[in-house]
Each structure stands twice: as structure tokens, then as C-alpha cells.
Design a protein around this ligand. Sequence first.
Ligand code: ADP
Ligand code: UDP
Length: 239
Amino acid sequence: MEKREELYAGKAKSVYTTDDPDLLVMHFRNDTSAFDGKKREQLDRKGAVNNQFNAFIMSKLREAGIPTHMERQLSVDESLVKRLQMIPVECVVRNIAAGSICRRLGIQEGTELSPPTYELFLKDDALGDPMINESHALSFAWATEAQLERMKELTFMANDVLRKLFLDGGMLLVDFKLEFGVFHGEVLLADEFSPDGCRLWDKETREKLDKDRFRQDLGNVVESYEQVGRRLGMTFSYQ
Ligand code: ADP
Ligand code: UDP
């Protein structure tokens, strides 16, 4: 599938139009950012690792009955996806407290959350991705009631599948963020699932294996992502 023109360059990925108006090429770059783009760096191999990691996870989610935008992996760092009308709402499930919930609610990192929490954030870097609720999403027409219900259902289905998958690799799925979009009226899982958008801890030592290594300057960022993939049985290619 030939790339035509760059449609959008985000903080970590670029999307390109193709000959087919329904399909986009998604290029995973080595750019890494945190704190709404305020901290940025280039990390060798990250684009390739996240593209292959995402393709692996999306196929597991599809097998579990979650409809996704993924068509197929094109190269080490590119995938072909359906072109969606994106819903500007990020869906976050937390199984264990970490990150912003600790700051917002004064919860100690590592506290088990049972049942898991479900939060919505507006995708808007300039505003710092503020937390919103379903009422905001409806009033400002970011999503319909039926879409919000489906997003929640699919996010919890993903949590069930992925918690088990990572636990089998000796890891705890602490939290994660998903984005959805609409394709010919249907809500599909979009964007990516990679260690950039979730928290994963070693089950025994609770060592952080996700983007917190970058946020907190812990080092070995991409090496940890590769280790996560290998623990799930993946092998990575770089060219
Ligand atoms: P950001 O916009 O947060 O900087 P990225 O660098 O990951 O994020 O850029 C990818 C962009 O592509 C995001 O804005 C995401 O919402 C959008 N996107 C993801 N999947 C699709 C899709 N299937 N169709 C259209 N846009 C998508
Ligand atoms: N997350 C993300 N993109 C965002 C915000 C959050 O991928 O723009 C992910 C983040 O990596 C974590 C989860 O969503 O796995 C919850 O993030 P949190 O609200 O704790 O924010 P943080 O403290 O990570 O900024």
C-alpha cells in the first residue's frame, strides 16, 4: 500500500493517506514524549518495537472479540489501519494506583483498586488532557451515549484479556489508556497499545517496565519494552 501524503504528525506517530480513502499508514517513530509533550527524546528502536508490540496486542484483542482499526503490519515500524473519525476521549482503566490518580486523590502508589477504576480524559495537550465525565462528553458532543457505553464495554473486555496475558508473562497490568474512533458507524479500537500507553510492573519485584522509565529517568526504556515483549513470546525485527 503506497503512502500518499502525511495527514498528521503526532508526538510519537505519523499517519499517511493511501490510495484507499478508508485506509491509513501509521508510522511509529522513535520520538518519545511525556508530560503532554514537554519532555521529548529520540530512543533507538522504539518505533519498531512499539509497532510490532502493538500488532501483537491488537491481534490478541481481535481474537477476544474486540473490533480494531488494524488491517496488517506493513514493515518493522509501519502498520496499515482503517481511517477512523477519532473520538477525542481517552479511556483509562486502573487495576493498581499509580500516576495521576495518586496525585489527584492522595492514594499511595501500589494500592490495589478493586473493582478497577474507569476514567475519561479529554485528548487535548494544550489543556493537559483534563479529566472529564460522560456528561461533558455528551454536552460537548465528543461522543454519543451509545458510543460511550461501547467504549467502556470494550475497555473492560481489553482489561480482562490483557491482565491475564501479562500475568502469564510475570507482569502486572497496572493501568492503560485506549482511544476509539468510528468507522462506517461502528466503534473500533484505534491508536495503539504499547508500553508507551500503559503501566506494567514485574509481578515479584514491582520493577517498572513501561514509559515511567522515561518519565522518571530510570534508563533502559526500550530495553524494558523489548523485555516485556519477549516475556509474551515475541521476537522483534529491526530492518
Ligand atoms: P498524539 O496525537 O497524542 O501526539 P500520536 O503521535 O500517537 O499521538 O499520533 C497518532 C494520531 O493518530 C493520534 O492523534 C491518534 O488519535 C490518531 N489515530 C490513531 N488511530 C487512528 C485511525 N485509525 N484513524 C485516524 N486517526 C488515528
Ligand atoms: N496515558 C497515555 N496518554 C495520555 C495520558 C495517559 O497513554 O495522554 C496512559 C499512561 O501511560 C498510563 C495511563 O494512561 O498508563 C494513566 O495515566 P495517568 O492518568 O496516570 O497519567 P500520567 O501520570 O501517566 O500522566
